[in-house]
Design a protein around this ligand. Sequence first.
Ligand code: FES
Length: 430
Amino acid sequence: MALRHSGRALSKATSGLASSWSSWSTTLRWKPAQIQHQMRTMATVVPPVTQDKTSSKGPTAIVFMNMGGPSTTDEVQDFLSRLFADADLIPLGRLQNYLGPLIANRRTPKIQKQYAAIGGGSPIRKWSEYQAEEMCKILDKISPETAPHKPYVAFRYAHPYTEEMYERLLADGFGNGKGGRAVAFTQYPQYSCSTTGSSLNELWKWRQRLEGKSGPLDDGRDGTIQWSVIDRWPVHEGLVEAFAQNIEKKLEEYPKERRDKVVLLFSAHSLPMSVVNRGDPYPAEVGATVYAVMQRLGFSNPYRLCYQSQVGPQPWLGPQTSMSVEEYIAKGQKDLVLIPIAFTSDHIETLYELDEEVIGESGHKDTVKRVESLNGNPVFIKALADLAKSHLDSGITCSAQMSLRCPSCKSERCLESKKFFAGQQTLPGK
Ligand code: FES
């Protein structure tokens, strides 16, 4: 009984996760020229690594890590299967391999309909590849000593999977005894063990499987890829600026006399309270982003932080975004701006959950609005390049914060992967 209950709760709960962290509709609307450009880009062969320590520290691989989303409705089932198999995201204990596929199969038709409603798939791959490519172009200019910078994308539950990215790195001339440098750059600004932690655990797993020990180079260094990690960036000033500008733009849509009374509702993906109480750093880091954005806006408006996508009877971090919108409207506060604060591009949680469900069903589509997602925002992409440049200059392998496990963490994966990333050798030239 307890198991049935727990399975039902998780199934409902993770439909939010599944729907939020998935996407591709925009690609389906691309013009032929855009598709050709994309195919040319994807087909580009990255030149082999040629390590020339006397003149350059490059090439440098920059790997964008994110959850990913199904690009077509046919990919939904695979996406959900991987998602429910992830014990870092949805711990199902010894029944993970049994319950995971069951829940995934049951959720598939409903989630397929949601993707169909936003155009047939998730736009997250398109945006991630675009952001990574554009960021690398900027990095080549501002960090010539580590150029060329090669963009890669590694998704946790959708193509390109972490293992696909790693195979590409090896085929492009990194590792396999040749060394080379790669930066794992999380695209979750705020760290959670369920998101960035899970992606890093997966990267560590595939690194062990695909590289092991490649043997020393002539100079005694290890011939495997040298990894470092950008593991969080909740208050980076470029990120804060990009959010603030989007909010200012949206506020201009309200009449001047009402503008400073508009309530800003920041919305982040929720976490089960069991994860929060384990000691996950996510709530504090999301709060830090919100406060930094409000500081940049001069605290021009009243605001609250809410959490979305929680479902099921178990306690989740709140207040819920949908409930907050309903309650404020009931109190007479109909001017509301929703700000997705924990994702860097559109996905099903913005396009379906916020736009279709929360705003669509509010009865006040004219006064309840959502700010644009960061997507191709040039201020944001410059911020990514600045972040990467500072990281490359710093010579650190990961933040001090990343080496600390949650107080109640019992995961061997966390232990080993943190040991690995924190223990990477001093970076070349540092
Ligand atoms: Fe947070 Fe393992 S769950 S470090």
